[in-house]
Write a protein that binds this ligand. Structure first.
Ligand SMILES: C[S@@+](CC[C@H](N)C(=O)[O-])C[C@H]1O[C@@H](n2cnc3c(N)ncnc32)[C@H](O)[C@@H]1O
Length: 375
């Protein structure tokens, strides 16, 4: 707690302002903010001046020039990992520990646990591996004394704490590289709906999006992310998540012939199929119709769009979905059994996996009972 007080004082002395909120430790979440008084909608609770940001431009040239081509996440991690300046010491002292990162981030989990991740988290994990290994190749070639473990820890510290940032200096930069670290603002935890975060030439303002009672946790939203995404990228899942969905590609794509897959590809309807709360996405509704209607009519449908009303094919589509989703229910039950049978990994890691598969099972049964009641 002392480290957090020092960190907060350090940030306030550098122009960050807090109004009506203070840091607090939450079980299972690390630090976050709570409201010290009742806050009305639209109140600015935190301001962070541009001068406190860490971006690709604030990394000393002695580091960035030596490393060369690297992701911004990778560059910020390299600077943080090698920073001994003392300037950022109070911030570093309040960051989650290496152990906390290793326990929560699936990248660090035992491979037997990783194998039991839902497919959407697994594919994000594969992308992380590629990105990290390319960043590490660039950093280790330039700074051979830096250890891999230290770098990986800082890579995930950066990955779990950056904000979207763009400036006039940043041209030709891809969306994933528009990143800034904002000490103290990075203490906000995530909720599916949270405070509004805006950037202006003076800095970042964080404003309440609703009335918040004294003592309530006050969150921002890291984006409209599903629980599979939050798990892979941030190491947690939400109990209530209005953006939650499961990816259906692995069960929908095998339903099509080679020729139909080509047709889907040409129409840009091949993949990114999802089930959220109790509906399948528009892409799924359209794609599955290719299995029920003549190709010419399907092309017409793609060009003109599917109306809001159910069409003559809906019952067929529902039946196909029902048959395709059924085996996933067994997969979810099987995964829970496999998690329970594991003799490795932490209790908290197994609990998060078990809960996620239960959520997936519930999403499926809710949707399937809706389909059944339609027939
Ligand atoms: C930007 S940091 C937020 C501050 C962090 N809690 C700390 O102690 O420094 C993001 C990390 O906080 C944790 N976190 C954020 N929102 C959470 C939530 N709703 N539930 C559980 N953990 C959460 C996760 O470990 C995530 O990777």
């Amino acid at each position: 707690m002392e480290a957090f007080k020092q960190f907060t004082d350090w940030a306030l002395a550098r122009g960050v302002t807090l109004d009506g909120i203070s840091t607090h430790k939450f079980p299972g979440k690390g630090f976050g903010f709570t409201a010290d008084k009742t806050l009305e909608i639209g109140e600015i609770v935190l301001f962070a001046p541009v001068s406190i940001l860490r971006t690709a431009h604030t990394v000393p040239k002695s580091i960035s020039k030596r490393i060369g081509k690297i992701s911004v996440n990778g560059l910020l991690a390299a600077e943080l990992a090698m920073d001994t300046s003392g300037f950022y010491a109070p911030w570093r002292g309040a960051l989650p520990t290496k152990q906390e990162i290793e326990d929560s981030i699936p990248f660090m989990w035992h491979p037997s646990l990783q194998e039991l991740l839902p497919s959407a988290s697994l594919s994000l994990l594969e992308k992380q591996k590629e990105k990290l290994s390319s960043d590490w190749a660039a950093v280790s070639a330039a700074f051979s004394a830096l250890s891999y473990e230290v770098y990986v820890y800082h890579w995930f510290i950066v990955g779990t704490r950056t904000f979207y940032y763009t400036s006039q200096k940043l041209t030709n930069i891809n969306h994933d590289d528009c990143l800034a670290l904002i000490p103290l603002a990075d203490v906000f935890n995530h909720a599916d709906v949270g405070c509004e975060v805006t950037f202006s030439p003076s800095g970042y303002h964080i404003r309440t999006d609703r009335r918040i009672e004294k003592g309530e946790e006050i969150c921002i939203s890291y984006g409209n992310h599903s629980n599979d995404f939050l798990l892979a990228e941030y190491g947690f899942i939400l109990v209530e998540n209005k953006w939650d969905e499961i990816v259906l590609d692995e069960i929908i794509l095998p339903l099509f012939s080679e020729e139909q897959l080509r047709e889907l590809n040409e129409a840009r309807f091949c993949g990114k199929f999802a089930l959220s709360k109790d509906v399948v996405c528009y892409r799924t509704q359209v794609a599955v119709r290719l299995l029920c209607m003549p190709v010419k009519r399907w092309r017409h449908l793609v060009a003109n769009g599917l109306g809001d009303d159910e069409d003559e094919y809906q019952a067929n589509v529902d039946r196909i979905l029902m048959d395709a989703l059924n085996p996933l229910l067994n997969v979810a039950c099987e995964k829970i059994k496999q998690v329970d049978a594991l003799h490795c990994g932490l209790k908290s890691q197994k609990e998060i996996l078990r809960t996620r598969w239960k959520q997936i099972h519930l999403l499926l049964t809710t949707f399937m009972s809706k389909l059944e009641s339609n027939t």
